[in-house]
Design a protein around this ligand. Structure first.
Ligand code: ZN
Length: 74
């Protein structure tokens, strides 16, 4: 698969870190599986995984945490 952003790079399986900010909460999710471009380093997260991450983040935001660093759990 060729990178849809730079049109040159090749997509490799890798990991990325996502940062979400909602109200007073900052949630950092590390080690999220993603396809990463070897040229521009843009990362693309499969929909299924991003949905899971958003759900986790939503739970943390509801708890009212100010800062939380999580690792993606499959
Ligand atoms: Zn690229």
């Amino acid at each position: 698969m060729t990178c849809p952003i730079c049109k040159h790079g090749k997509m490799d399986k890798g990991f990325t870190t996502l940062v979400f900010e909602a109200g007073n909460s900052t949630i950092i999710v590390k080690k999220v599986p993603a396809d990463v471009c070897d040229n521009c380093h843009e990362s693309f997260i499969p929909e299924e995984i991003s949905r899971k991450v958003l759900k986790t983040v939503d739970n943390e935001v509801k708890k009212g945490v100010e800062l939380e660093v999580l690792h993606y759990a499959a």
